[in-house]
Design a binder for this molecule. Structure first.
Ligand SMILES: *[C@@H]1O[C@H](CO)[C@@H](O)[C@H](O)[C@H]1NC(C)=O
Ligand SMILES: *[C@@H]1O[C@H](CO)[C@@H](O)[C@H](O)[C@H]1NC(C)=O
Ligand SMILES: *[C@@H]1O[C@H](CO)[C@@H](O)[C@H](O)[C@H]1NC(C)=O
Ligand SMILES: *[C@@H]1O[C@H](CO)[C@@H](O)[C@H](O)[C@H]1NC(C)=O
Ligand SMILES: *[C@@H]1O[C@H](CO)[C@@H](O)[C@H](O)[C@H]1NC(C)=O
Ligand SMILES: *[C@@H]1O[C@H](CO)[C@@H](O)[C@H](O)[C@H]1NC(C)=O
Ligand SMILES: CC(=O)N[C@H]1CO[C@H](CO)[C@@H](O)[C@@H]1O
Ligand SMILES: [Zn+2]
Length: 452
């Protein structure tokens, strides 16, 4: 009975979700750069809490290695590890093409074309177009396509201006904007400047970020989009505290002419100019707070090896350590470290008709976000590294029970079945008493016959 009711209910819920979703499934993806997962517990953020209570929360999202901005923003919108989407760092060098990439010189499609992001697929397959208020790559012609509406990256444009633009785009009915992105530079900038342990300054910036969430909610409500739109709020990475006492000085170990430093801290990409083994051996002896890997030795769990843009040697600093050549420490917080560290993890919250209400789960991977968004927008995803079961519980149209609940249902069903069986046996046992009687009668009859 229990199980039957559950199935019936979930069926009704699934049907309901489908019929509302069919009208116009709009999805807004928001990133607050460098929003470490535990900021949500440490600071009072009433607008975000209101958003979460009405939707779902994933407390910690395991992001991709290296835990930097451009690589992880591209992972979120492609569902691919960095080795597979090709944006393997904020600073890159391609030895074959002899090209350089940096955050400030990122518009050559060459770097982005190893993957197709969701805003392109949405326009190629979907029932609508895409719009972007600044997300890495959205102002580049990837696979010969930009979002139908986008802003050229400019950090001076205020959050309010970005939201106003986004809401006007989403409110358009011709064409329908079914997917939009919104990006904001904080709390990353303050995390670098003050360090994540400076609670006074971090409180200020996080309250500002929370007010931005409030502003976004207010604007979506005012335009009448709030009840029908799906909104995901997440981030690319967390932040760790750095200190001048935790410097790894490469100049103390190796001459600068021996190598080119393609990317710096905390994961340094080293292109040897002399014999690779010699460079490796010098670096290997350099500092116990830094791991040194030949490309082919990079651990499997990083999924960070199979791309020619990954340099022959990489150096991975321990949490809180900074790799320099001879410079002094320039920031009190940094990210990029091992993606197994909790300090590197962001959160994910989502709300709207596609999501459950008041549901929380502990983890998912950021490669799972892409297939989840494709599911909501009914797009056939490109090949990706995500896993459906990791996020299915967040979705309103999926039947999802935890293991204890499943065990409860199974035990419940077992009790019901046992009860039925007992009743049947008892009923059956009630019949037999008449049998000996009839048999007795027969015997009696026999006897009678015999006697007769
Ligand atoms: C940007 O990168 C391209 C291609 O590598 C290069 O030709 C150009 O000089 C760079 N521009 C700047 C301003 O660094
Ligand atoms: C960036 O935005 C600011 C503020 O809106 C504007 O004054 C500036 O001209 C913009 N810069 C570029 C390069 O468009
Ligand atoms: C959204 O669209 C509706 C109907 O087309 C219009 O009445 C409303 O003013 C628009 N709101 C915004 C914020 O553009
Ligand atoms: C390479 O580094 C070693 C050790 O610091 C140094 O002796 C040597 O001169 C360097 N070679 C070049 C070409 O810089
Ligand atoms: C760092 O190294 C450069 C190049 O070798 C040198 O010019 C500079 O003086 C050094 N700075 C410090 C602080 O040692
Ligand atoms: C990730 O997905 C891509 C595309 O399907 C695939 O080529 C790659 O092997 C996958 N990576 C892993 C570690 O499974
Ligand atoms: C690199 C890449 O994936 N290119 C694709 C761009 O989109 C077209 C379809 O419009 C595909 O055929 C290409 O493979
Ligand atoms: Zn970032």
């Amino acid at each position: 009975m229990n199980l039957f009711l559950m199935l019936l209910l979930s069926g009704i819920v699934a049907c309901g979700a489908h019929s509302t979703g069919d009208l116009a499934s709009r999805l807004l993806l928001v990133s607050f750069d460098g929003f470490r997962a535990d900021y949500l517990d440490t600071y009072k953020l009433p607008y975000l809490q209101e958003f979460i209570e009405d939707g779902v929360l994933v407390k910690q999202v395991t992001n991709a290695f290296i835990t930097k901005t451009f690589p992880n923003h591209y992972t979120i919108v492609t569902g691919l590890y960095e080795e597979s989407h090709g944006i393997v760092a904020n600073d890159m060098y391609d030895a074959d093409a002899k090209k350089k990439f940096s955050q400030f010189n990122d518009s050559d499609p060459f770097w982005w074309n190893e993957a197709v992001p969701i805003w392109v697929t949405n326009q190629q397959q979907g029932n609508g177009v895409s719009a972007a208020a600044m997300w890495p790559g959205t102002d580049v012609k990837i696979n010969d396509t930009t979002p139908r509406f986008f802003m050229k990256y400019n950090f001076s444009v205020t959050f309010e201006e970005r939201v106003e633009k986004t809401v006007v785009w989403l409110n358009s009915s011709n064409p329908v904007v079914s997917f939009a992105t919104l990006y904001w530079e904080e709390p990353d900038a303050s995390g670098h400047k003050y360090g994540p342990d400076d609670t006074e300054n971090m409180r200020k910036v996080l309250e500002e970020v929370d007010n931005h969430v409030g502003f976004l909610m207010k604007k979506l409500k005012a335009s009448g989009l709030w009840d029908s739109i799906n909104v995901i709020i997440t981030s690319d990475h967390g932040m760790a505290s750095c200190s001048a006492q935790k410097l790894i000085v490469l100049d103390d170990c190796i001459g600068r002419n021996n190598y080119t430093l393609i990317d710096k801290s905390p994961v340094a990409a080293v292109l040897p100019r002399q014999n690779k083994r010699d460079v490796y051996n010098l670096l290997k002896k350099c500092n116990s707070h830094m791991k040194v890997y030949l490309k082919e030795e990079i651990p499997d769990r990083f999924h960070y090896r199979h791309n020619k843009r990954i340099q022959p040697i990489i150096l991975v600093a321990d949490e809180g350590w900074t790799i320099v050549q001879n410079e002094s420490l320039s920031k009190l917080g940094d990210h990029g470290y091992d993606n197994a560290l909790q300090s590197m993890h962001p959160f994910l919250a989502a709300r709207g008709p596609a999501f459950h209400r008041g549901y929380k789960q502990n983890t998912m991977n950021n490669v799972d976000i892409y297939p989840m968004m494709c599911h909501i927008l009914r797009l056939t995803p490109q090949p990706h590294n995500g896993t459906f079961s990791n996020f299915k519980c967040l979705l309103a149209d999926q039947w999802c029970k935890s293991l204890p609940e499943v065990i409860g249902i199974v035990i419940g069903a077992f009790i019901v079945l046992t009860t039925f069986t007992c009743i049947i046996i008892i009923l059956k046992n009630k019949v037999p008493p008449s049998r000996p009687f009839s048999r007795l009668q027969l015997q009696y009859d026999d006897d009678h016959l015999l006697i007769g």
